[in-house]
Each structure stands twice: as C-alpha cells, then as structure tokens.
Write a new protein. Sequence first.
Length: 421
Amino acid sequence: MKNKLIFSNLLDNNRVLRVLSVFLAFIAWLVVAITIDDTRIEIIDNVPIKINTTDLNSTLGARKLSVIEGAEQTISVRVEGISYIIGNLTPDDVVATPILTSIVDAGEQEVQIMVTKADPNANFKIASHTPTVKLNFDRITTKTFPLSVDAPNIRVAEGYLRQSMTASPSEFSISGPETQIARISRCVLEYEGDEILDDTKVFPGKLVFYDANGEEISPSQLKNLSYAEQQHEITITVWRRKEVPVHLSFINVPQGLDTSSLKYTLSAETVTIAGPKEIVDKREEVTVGPIDFSKISIGSSFILDLNLDAAETCIDGITNVNVEIDSESLAKKTITITNITSRNKPAGYDVAIKNTEIANVNMVGNTDDIEKLTEKDLIAVVDLRNVDQNTWRVPVSIYATGNKFVWAVGEYYVNVTVTEK
C-alpha cells in the first residue's frame, strides 16, 4: 500500500512526468529506426585514392611510367542505405581506384575513378562519387652530370696564379621524372666567398642547377627529384709563379777545362715557371742539357728540354731551348796522339794496350790555343776499371796539358788484350 502511494506521488510530479515522456519518446524512435527501413544518403569526404598495384605494374610498368603527382588526392563519395548503418561509415569503408588502362604517355591526364565497398557484403550502396581526378605521369630516370665549378670572387696574391678549380666529387647523379631532369642542362658547384689566396685551399660548395638558357633553376621548381645527400667541396689549386734564369749543363768535360769560356746563345735566357709553392720557392734556375762536350764542334747547335719537376710547368709555353755555339772565336785541327797512358788497372789481370798512336783526332778550341797546339800537348788516358777477359776495345779520354781551352770532338778507342794473372 505504501509503494503504491509513492508511485502515485511520482506521477503527480510534473518534472518526473516530463523526463519520463522524453525517455519513452526516445525508446519509440529507436524501435522505429531499427524496425523500419529508413533509407537515406550520406556523403563521405576525404576518401583517398588508392592506385592498384596490379594496374601499376601491368599497365604503367609496360610503358615505364609512374604516377609522379596527384596520388595523394581525396574524393567525395555519396552512399545510400539504412540510416543507422551509413551514419557510421568512414573513408576506410570505401575504396577509390583510378582506372589506368588508357594511360599511354607521360603528362598530366584526367583519369576515371572506380569506387567500391571495402567489404562487398556491407549493407549500403555507392550512389555517386567524384568521377575523375588529374594525375601526372612520367618515366623515372637517372642522369649523371659532370660538376663544373664557379668561384668568381676568389683572387690570388701577387706572384701566384690559379692553376685549377675542381669539384669533389666530380660528378652528380640525380633520379626522378624524365621531364624534370630534362630541364637541367648543367650542374655547377658554386662558392661566393671573397678571399685572396697564396696557397691551395678547399671550400664548401653550393650545388646549383641551370637550364639550357643559362638561367638558374630553383629547387622549388624541380619536383620529385632525389639524389644522395653528400658534402660537395671545391679545391682551388694555387701555384707559385717565378721567373728564373736558364742554365746550360755539360757532361764529359775534359779535365781542367773551364766551361765558362765557351760562348753560346740560348733561345730563352729566362723562363717563368709555376708549380706548388714548396717546390718553386726553392728553385733558383732551370737547367737544360746536359750537352756532351765531346759533341761540341764549330757550328754546333742543340735543342734541349727544360729540366723541370713533374709538378712544375713553364707558363711561357716554352718546352725546350735552342743552344747555338758561338764559333767566331773557335778553330779546329786534326792531330795524331802518341802519348797514351792508362789508369785503374785491375788487380787480377794483365792488360796490354795494342795501339801506339791514335790518329786523326779532331781538336776544337780557342783559335789562339788551336794554332799553337801540337801532339806533345795532348794525352790519351785509357780507363781500365771495368775490363775483363772478354774486353778488346776501350774508350779513351783526351786532355790537353797547360791552361788551354781545347777539347777532342768525337769518340776514340784503343784495342787491348786482357789475360788473367
């Protein structure tokens, strides 16, 4: 009896009746929504397009094409079905696939979209959708460019020259869409610093692309390109520059002969050389020759290479020097020598010189000395240092006694017999 009174009191309370009415209305709506076929249409936005891997490989792959732009797009899909089902649908419940069978060449093209349900058994229908999207197609390629160098503000100190500027690495490889890479005509490693150099130095380089017209291409203009991230450096090789005299050297100079008395002219008295600082700073002259003194006669001339270090170069463009012997103060005479002596006799052998004279020795020298020269002024010396039992012919050196500027021209020999002791 008491419970009935409490319930009756609640029904007499207006606030309770209002809450109860709302609750009963919701229950009634829910029953209707579940039991009655309330079909309606919803729009699902931001449905991503998904490129079918099979189409990509079979259709585009055969033509070596790839989608380079547009694959990240989304579309809107209208779906139809029972309210409580389609109200809970998300972009993952539908699949939007571009139809690629008509794509035959590179470029931006409008592509038809096919939309299907992610779960074929789901209880809703695809009513309509964004029919097409624009996709950009191209062939992916790789190209290697030689890297040139530009450092316009670098100068060298006085007495130096810039020998070369090189990039490290010397090449640059880039991959991406064929049409994008075709825009690049050359790659340059640039350095904008302002310095005066007196030695070789390495600088960090900035990679810059240029088109066929010489216009710079900013990175923002090049899309979908990839290349290895690496440090690029510019090596600016600076050489020391120096002008030095040319010095003529000789070999086989007769004993006691003063070569400074020989008069000659050089086609280049000095040359300007360049090379690494540590090498060129030590150089005081450049040698040409040597000239074999026994080959110098009246009217002789010789063409001799510059004797430079492998790292040096002559920046005058001179590679050899022409030597002309001044013959105005020279004369010649033919003499027979009978004064033949030997030296450096070997300890284990007896050596006998067969010749008693050396005939027709051509002597050249100062005119006054040649006019006074006689057979008594000349000595032929045979060096026996290297003889053995097989030796039968030995060269001789010819000297003039006294302070005479004369020498023998040509090669002269004596015959010997060598027997073991």
